[in-house]
Design a protein around this ligand. Structure first.
Ligand SMILES: *Cc1c(COP(=O)(O)O)cnc(C)c1O
Length: 364
Protein backbone atom coordinates (compact mmCIF):
# COMPACT_ATOMS: atom_id res chain seq x y z
CA UNK A 1 0.00 0.00 0.00
CA UNK A 2 2.69 2.45 1.00
CA UNK A 3 5.38 0.85 -1.09
CA UNK A 4 5.31 3.66 -3.67
CA UNK A 5 6.57 6.30 -1.30
CA UNK A 6 9.49 6.34 1.09
CA UNK A 7 9.00 6.33 4.83
CA UNK A 8 7.56 9.50 6.35
CA UNK A 9 9.75 10.38 9.33
CA UNK A 10 9.75 13.33 11.73
CA UNK A 11 13.28 14.13 10.55
CA UNK A 12 12.11 14.64 6.99
CA UNK A 13 8.93 16.51 7.75
CA UNK A 14 9.49 18.77 10.73
CA UNK A 15 11.11 22.20 10.74
CA UNK A 16 14.82 21.89 11.62
CA UNK A 17 14.46 24.32 14.54
CA UNK A 18 11.73 22.10 16.01
CA UNK A 19 13.92 19.01 15.64
CA UNK A 20 16.72 20.86 17.42
CA UNK A 21 14.55 21.80 20.42
CA UNK A 22 14.65 19.96 23.71
CA UNK A 23 11.20 19.46 25.24
CA UNK A 24 10.55 21.41 28.45
CA UNK A 25 11.54 18.84 31.04
CA UNK A 26 9.39 18.35 34.15
CA UNK A 27 10.88 15.70 36.47
CA UNK A 28 8.55 13.46 38.53
CA UNK A 29 8.33 14.56 42.17
CA UNK A 30 6.53 11.55 43.67
CA UNK A 31 6.83 11.55 47.45
CA UNK A 32 9.43 14.31 47.59
CA UNK A 33 9.34 17.73 49.20
CA UNK A 34 8.57 19.67 46.05
CA UNK A 35 10.45 22.96 45.94
CA UNK A 36 11.20 23.08 42.23
CA UNK A 37 8.33 24.88 40.50
CA UNK A 38 7.37 28.07 42.41
CA UNK A 39 4.07 26.64 43.58
CA UNK A 40 2.25 27.98 46.62
CA UNK A 41 2.78 25.26 49.26
CA UNK A 42 -0.40 26.00 51.20
CA UNK A 43 -3.79 24.36 50.76
CA UNK A 44 -6.93 26.46 50.87
CA UNK A 45 -8.97 26.76 54.09
CA UNK A 46 -11.41 23.84 54.48
CA UNK A 47 -14.52 26.05 54.16
CA UNK A 48 -13.29 27.35 50.83
CA UNK A 49 -12.47 23.85 49.64
CA UNK A 50 -15.99 22.73 50.53
CA UNK A 51 -17.42 25.68 48.63
CA UNK A 52 -15.38 24.73 45.58
CA UNK A 53 -16.50 21.10 45.86
CA UNK A 54 -20.14 22.20 45.68
CA UNK A 55 -19.44 24.49 42.71
CA UNK A 56 -17.70 21.72 40.83
CA UNK A 57 -20.50 19.26 41.62
CA UNK A 58 -23.01 21.56 39.92
CA UNK A 59 -20.80 22.62 37.02
CA UNK A 60 -22.20 22.04 33.54
CA UNK A 61 -19.19 20.29 32.12
CA UNK A 62 -21.33 18.96 29.25
CA UNK A 63 -21.42 22.56 27.96
CA UNK A 64 -18.65 24.59 26.42
CA UNK A 65 -17.34 27.27 28.74
CA UNK A 66 -18.37 30.92 28.40
CA UNK A 67 -16.02 31.83 25.56
CA UNK A 68 -15.74 35.41 26.82
CA UNK A 69 -15.36 34.28 30.48
CA UNK A 70 -17.28 37.38 31.57
CA UNK A 71 -17.55 36.61 35.29
CA UNK A 72 -13.94 35.58 35.60
CA UNK A 73 -12.73 38.64 33.72
CA UNK A 74 -14.79 40.91 35.96
CA UNK A 75 -13.30 39.21 39.03
CA UNK A 76 -9.77 39.65 37.69
CA UNK A 77 -10.30 43.32 36.78
CA UNK A 78 -11.55 43.95 40.31
CA UNK A 79 -8.56 42.43 42.12
CA UNK A 80 -6.08 43.92 39.67
CA UNK A 81 -7.26 47.53 40.05
CA UNK A 82 -7.26 48.02 36.30
CA UNK A 83 -7.62 51.64 35.25
CA UNK A 84 -10.50 52.71 33.00
CA UNK A 85 -9.85 52.03 29.31
CA UNK A 86 -7.74 48.96 30.11
CA UNK A 87 -8.88 45.45 29.29
CA UNK A 88 -7.60 41.90 29.79
CA UNK A 89 -7.13 38.80 27.66
CA UNK A 90 -7.20 35.36 29.29
CA UNK A 91 -4.73 32.57 28.65
CA UNK A 92 -4.48 28.91 29.57
CA UNK A 93 -1.56 29.87 31.75
CA UNK A 94 0.55 32.85 30.77
CA UNK A 95 2.72 30.55 28.66
CA UNK A 96 -0.17 30.47 26.20
CA UNK A 97 -0.22 34.26 26.12
CA UNK A 98 3.49 34.43 25.30
CA UNK A 99 2.77 32.13 22.36
CA UNK A 100 -0.23 34.15 21.25
CA UNK A 101 1.78 37.38 21.29
CA UNK A 102 4.59 35.81 19.31
CA UNK A 103 2.16 34.38 16.75
CA UNK A 104 0.61 37.80 16.33
CA UNK A 105 3.85 39.61 15.45
CA UNK A 106 5.84 36.81 13.75
CA UNK A 107 6.32 38.40 10.34
CA UNK A 108 9.30 36.92 8.46
CA UNK A 109 12.49 38.01 10.24
CA UNK A 110 10.67 39.47 13.27
CA UNK A 111 12.71 39.52 16.49
CA UNK A 112 11.74 38.58 20.03
CA UNK A 113 14.19 40.13 22.49
CA UNK A 114 14.69 39.35 26.14
CA UNK A 115 17.48 39.35 28.69
CA UNK A 116 19.52 36.39 29.87
CA UNK A 117 19.27 34.49 32.06
CA UNK A 118 15.50 34.76 32.17
CA UNK A 119 12.39 32.67 31.60
CA UNK A 120 13.30 29.95 29.08
CA UNK A 121 9.87 29.93 27.42
CA UNK A 122 10.60 33.28 25.70
CA UNK A 123 13.30 31.66 23.62
CA UNK A 124 11.40 28.41 23.12
CA UNK A 125 8.24 30.16 21.95
CA UNK A 126 10.23 32.41 19.60
CA UNK A 127 11.46 29.18 18.04
CA UNK A 128 7.97 27.64 17.88
CA UNK A 129 6.66 30.64 16.02
CA UNK A 130 9.59 31.15 13.65
CA UNK A 131 10.78 34.39 15.26
CA UNK A 132 14.43 35.27 15.66
CA UNK A 133 15.42 35.31 19.33
CA UNK A 134 17.89 37.81 20.76
CA UNK A 135 19.03 37.51 24.39
CA UNK A 136 20.89 40.42 26.00
CA UNK A 137 23.10 39.35 28.92
CA UNK A 138 22.33 40.75 32.36
CA UNK A 139 25.21 42.15 34.40
CA UNK A 140 27.10 39.95 36.83
CA UNK A 141 24.68 40.68 39.68
CA UNK A 142 21.73 40.00 37.31
CA UNK A 143 20.75 43.66 36.88
CA UNK A 144 19.65 44.99 33.51
CA UNK A 145 22.58 46.10 31.37
CA UNK A 146 20.69 49.17 30.21
CA UNK A 147 23.17 50.38 27.60
CA UNK A 148 23.60 46.93 26.08
CA UNK A 149 19.83 46.46 26.02
CA UNK A 150 19.21 49.84 24.37
CA UNK A 151 21.96 49.12 21.82
CA UNK A 152 20.41 45.73 21.03
CA UNK A 153 16.97 47.30 20.64
CA UNK A 154 18.36 49.86 18.21
CA UNK A 155 20.24 47.21 16.24
CA UNK A 156 17.61 44.44 16.20
CA UNK A 157 14.37 46.48 16.15
CA UNK A 158 12.48 43.79 18.07
CA UNK A 159 8.75 43.41 17.47
CA UNK A 160 8.40 42.00 20.97
CA UNK A 161 10.41 42.50 24.18
CA UNK A 162 9.77 40.39 27.30
CA UNK A 163 10.99 41.49 30.72
CA UNK A 164 10.15 39.32 33.71
CA UNK A 165 9.57 41.62 36.70
CA UNK A 166 10.71 40.06 39.10
CA UNK A 167 12.97 37.95 36.92
CA UNK A 168 12.99 34.15 36.87
CA UNK A 169 15.32 32.36 37.66
CA UNK A 170 17.34 35.15 39.28
CA UNK A 171 14.58 36.45 41.58
CA UNK A 172 15.50 40.14 41.45
CA UNK A 173 13.34 43.08 40.47
CA UNK A 174 14.93 45.16 37.71
CA UNK A 175 15.41 48.88 38.11
CA UNK A 176 12.04 50.43 37.23
CA UNK A 177 13.58 53.53 35.62
CA UNK A 178 15.66 51.29 33.32
CA UNK A 179 12.55 49.32 32.36
CA UNK A 180 10.80 52.59 31.50
CA UNK A 181 13.70 53.63 29.27
CA UNK A 182 13.48 50.28 27.48
CA UNK A 183 9.73 50.73 26.93
CA UNK A 184 10.36 54.20 25.53
CA UNK A 185 13.15 53.05 23.22
CA UNK A 186 11.42 49.92 21.91
CA UNK A 187 9.95 50.16 18.40
CA UNK A 188 7.51 47.33 19.18
CA UNK A 189 5.61 45.88 22.10
CA UNK A 190 7.17 45.51 25.54
CA UNK A 191 5.55 42.92 27.78
CA UNK A 192 6.33 43.18 31.47
CA UNK A 193 5.82 39.66 32.82
CA UNK A 194 4.62 39.93 36.42
CA UNK A 195 4.29 36.22 37.21
CA UNK A 196 5.57 36.96 40.75
CA UNK A 197 3.59 40.14 41.38
CA UNK A 198 2.17 38.84 44.68
CA UNK A 199 5.66 38.67 46.17
CA UNK A 200 7.05 41.91 44.74
CA UNK A 201 6.85 45.51 45.85
CA UNK A 202 6.25 47.09 42.45
CA UNK A 203 4.13 46.70 39.31
CA UNK A 204 3.74 48.25 35.87
CA UNK A 205 -0.07 47.93 35.90
CA UNK A 206 -0.41 51.60 36.99
CA UNK A 207 1.89 52.67 34.11
CA UNK A 208 -0.21 51.05 31.37
CA UNK A 209 -1.85 54.33 30.30
CA UNK A 210 1.56 56.03 30.00
CA UNK A 211 2.82 53.97 27.05
CA UNK A 212 1.19 52.88 23.78
CA UNK A 213 3.49 49.85 23.50
CA UNK A 214 3.28 48.42 27.03
CA UNK A 215 1.37 45.29 28.04
CA UNK A 216 1.51 43.62 31.46
CA UNK A 217 1.17 39.86 31.81
CA UNK A 218 0.30 38.03 35.01
CA UNK A 219 -0.46 34.49 36.06
CA UNK A 220 -2.28 33.04 39.06
CA UNK A 221 0.01 29.99 39.01
CA UNK A 222 2.45 31.29 41.60
CA UNK A 223 -0.34 32.54 43.87
CA UNK A 224 -1.88 29.12 44.49
CA UNK A 225 -3.69 28.18 41.28
CA UNK A 226 -0.96 26.46 39.25
CA UNK A 227 -3.29 23.53 38.63
CA UNK A 228 -6.00 25.69 37.11
CA UNK A 229 -3.80 27.12 34.32
CA UNK A 230 -4.83 30.74 34.21
CA UNK A 231 -2.93 33.81 33.10
CA UNK A 232 -3.89 37.17 31.68
CA UNK A 233 -2.60 40.05 29.66
CA UNK A 234 -3.58 43.60 30.58
CA UNK A 235 -3.46 46.54 28.22
CA UNK A 236 -5.40 48.92 26.05
CA UNK A 237 -8.46 47.72 24.16
CA UNK A 238 -6.71 48.74 20.93
CA UNK A 239 -4.13 45.97 21.37
CA UNK A 240 -6.28 43.41 23.12
CA UNK A 241 -9.13 43.49 20.60
CA UNK A 242 -6.62 42.54 17.89
CA UNK A 243 -4.90 39.88 19.98
CA UNK A 244 -8.29 38.35 20.92
CA UNK A 245 -8.56 37.16 17.31
CA UNK A 246 -5.77 34.67 17.99
CA UNK A 247 -7.14 33.35 21.26
CA UNK A 248 -8.71 29.92 20.79
CA UNK A 249 -12.34 30.36 21.83
CA UNK A 250 -12.52 27.93 24.75
CA UNK A 251 -8.96 28.18 26.07
CA UNK A 252 -10.12 28.50 29.70
CA UNK A 253 -12.36 25.59 30.69
CA UNK A 254 -15.57 25.53 32.70
CA UNK A 255 -13.88 24.36 35.91
CA UNK A 256 -11.00 26.86 35.91
CA UNK A 257 -13.47 29.68 35.21
CA UNK A 258 -15.75 28.67 38.07
CA UNK A 259 -13.06 27.92 40.61
CA UNK A 260 -10.84 30.91 39.86
CA UNK A 261 -13.81 33.30 39.97
CA UNK A 262 -14.66 32.00 43.42
CA UNK A 263 -11.05 32.04 44.62
CA UNK A 264 -10.62 35.63 43.50
CA UNK A 265 -13.52 36.57 45.78
CA UNK A 266 -11.10 35.40 48.45
CA UNK A 267 -8.07 37.10 46.96
CA UNK A 268 -7.24 38.30 50.49
CA UNK A 269 -6.74 34.66 51.58
CA UNK A 270 -4.27 34.10 48.75
CA UNK A 271 -2.48 37.39 49.36
CA UNK A 272 -2.17 36.52 53.06
CA UNK A 273 -0.51 33.25 52.02
CA UNK A 274 1.83 35.27 49.79
CA UNK A 275 2.71 37.44 52.80
CA UNK A 276 3.55 34.29 54.79
CA UNK A 277 5.72 33.14 51.90
CA UNK A 278 7.53 36.50 51.88
CA UNK A 279 8.28 36.12 55.60
CA UNK A 280 9.53 32.58 55.03
CA UNK A 281 11.64 33.86 52.12
CA UNK A 282 13.50 36.17 54.50
CA UNK A 283 14.12 33.28 56.91
CA UNK A 284 15.26 30.99 54.14
CA UNK A 285 17.66 33.61 52.78
CA UNK A 286 19.13 34.13 56.25
CA UNK A 287 19.52 30.37 56.70
CA UNK A 288 21.24 30.02 53.31
CA UNK A 289 23.60 32.89 54.18
CA UNK A 290 24.63 30.96 57.30
CA UNK A 291 25.87 27.98 55.32
CA UNK A 292 29.45 28.34 54.22
CA UNK A 293 30.01 27.69 50.54
CA UNK A 294 26.57 29.03 49.60
CA UNK A 295 26.03 32.37 47.89
CA UNK A 296 22.34 33.28 47.90
CA UNK A 297 20.93 36.09 45.76
CA UNK A 298 18.26 38.52 46.99
CA UNK A 299 14.74 37.73 45.83
CA UNK A 300 11.51 39.63 45.23
CA UNK A 301 9.76 36.40 44.22
CA UNK A 302 8.76 33.11 45.93
CA UNK A 303 12.06 31.40 45.21
CA UNK A 304 15.75 31.95 45.89
CA UNK A 305 18.65 31.46 43.50
CA UNK A 306 21.90 30.33 45.08
CA UNK A 307 25.35 29.30 43.96
CA UNK A 308 27.41 26.46 45.40
CA UNK A 309 30.65 24.70 44.52
CA UNK A 310 29.22 21.52 42.99
CA UNK A 311 25.62 22.20 42.02
CA UNK A 312 24.79 18.89 40.36
CA UNK A 313 26.18 16.80 43.21
CA UNK A 314 24.31 18.91 45.73
CA UNK A 315 21.12 18.69 43.68
CA UNK A 316 21.43 14.89 43.54
CA UNK A 317 22.26 14.70 47.25
CA UNK A 318 19.14 16.70 48.08
CA UNK A 319 17.08 14.40 45.89
CA UNK A 320 18.42 11.37 47.72
CA UNK A 321 17.27 13.07 50.91
CA UNK A 322 13.79 13.57 49.49
CA UNK A 323 14.00 17.24 48.49
CA UNK A 324 13.45 18.30 44.88
CA UNK A 325 14.70 21.74 43.82
CA UNK A 326 15.79 23.03 40.39
CA UNK A 327 19.26 22.50 39.01
CA UNK A 328 20.23 25.37 36.70
CA UNK A 329 23.80 24.22 36.16
CA UNK A 330 24.56 23.42 32.54
CA UNK A 331 21.91 25.80 31.19
CA UNK A 332 23.02 29.39 30.79
CA UNK A 333 26.72 30.12 31.41
CA UNK A 334 25.81 32.83 33.94
CA UNK A 335 24.10 30.11 36.00
CA UNK A 336 27.03 27.74 36.37
CA UNK A 337 26.72 25.95 39.72
CA UNK A 338 23.39 27.65 40.45
CA UNK A 339 20.37 26.05 42.09
CA UNK A 340 16.90 27.49 42.63
CA UNK A 341 14.70 26.66 45.58
CA UNK A 342 11.03 27.58 45.87
CA UNK A 343 9.96 28.91 49.26
CA UNK A 344 7.89 26.20 50.96
CA UNK A 345 6.13 25.87 54.28
CA UNK A 346 8.26 26.47 57.41
CA UNK A 347 8.59 22.69 57.90
CA UNK A 348 9.61 22.13 54.27
CA UNK A 349 12.16 24.94 54.38
CA UNK A 350 13.66 23.54 57.58
CA UNK A 351 13.99 20.09 56.03
CA UNK A 352 15.56 21.62 52.92
CA UNK A 353 18.12 23.60 54.94
CA UNK A 354 18.99 20.57 57.08
CA UNK A 355 19.38 18.39 53.98
CA UNK A 356 21.51 21.01 52.23
CA UNK A 357 23.79 21.37 55.23
CA UNK A 358 24.09 17.60 55.40
CA UNK A 359 24.97 17.22 51.70
CA UNK A 360 27.54 20.00 51.86
CA UNK A 361 29.14 18.48 54.97
CA UNK A 362 29.33 15.13 53.29
CA UNK A 363 30.91 16.52 50.11
CA UNK A 364 33.50 18.54 52.05
C1 LIG B 1 5.96 30.62 35.83
C2 LIG B 1 6.18 31.72 34.88
C3 LIG B 1 5.30 31.96 33.80
C4 LIG B 1 4.25 31.01 33.34
O1 LIG B 1 3.28 30.71 34.18
P1 LIG B 1 1.97 29.93 33.74
O2 LIG B 1 1.89 28.83 34.74
O3 LIG B 1 2.11 29.43 32.33
O4 LIG B 1 0.89 30.93 33.87
C5 LIG B 1 5.53 33.06 33.02
N1 LIG B 1 6.56 33.87 33.24
C6 LIG B 1 7.44 33.67 34.23
C7 LIG B 1 8.56 34.61 34.42
C8 LIG B 1 7.27 32.58 35.07
O5 LIG B 1 8.19 32.35 36.02
Amino acid sequence: MSSVRSLVTPEKLLRPEVLALHAYHVPPAGGMIKLDAMENPYLLPQTLRDEIARLVADAEINRYPDAAARELKAAICKVTNLLPGMDILLGNGSDEIIQLLALAVAKPGAVLLSVEPSFVMYRMIATFTGMRYVGVPLTEDFSLDLQATLDAIKREQPALVFLAYPNNPTGNLFDAAAVRQIIQAAPGLVVVDEAYYAFASDSFIPHLPDYDNLLVMRTFSKLGMAGLRLGFLAGSAAWLSQLEKLRLPYNVGVLPQLVATRLLEHHDVLLAQAEDIKLERAGLLAALDEISGVRAYPSAANFILFRVAKATRIFEGLKQRGVLIKNLDGGHTALTDCLRVTVGTPAENQKFIAALQDVINQLA
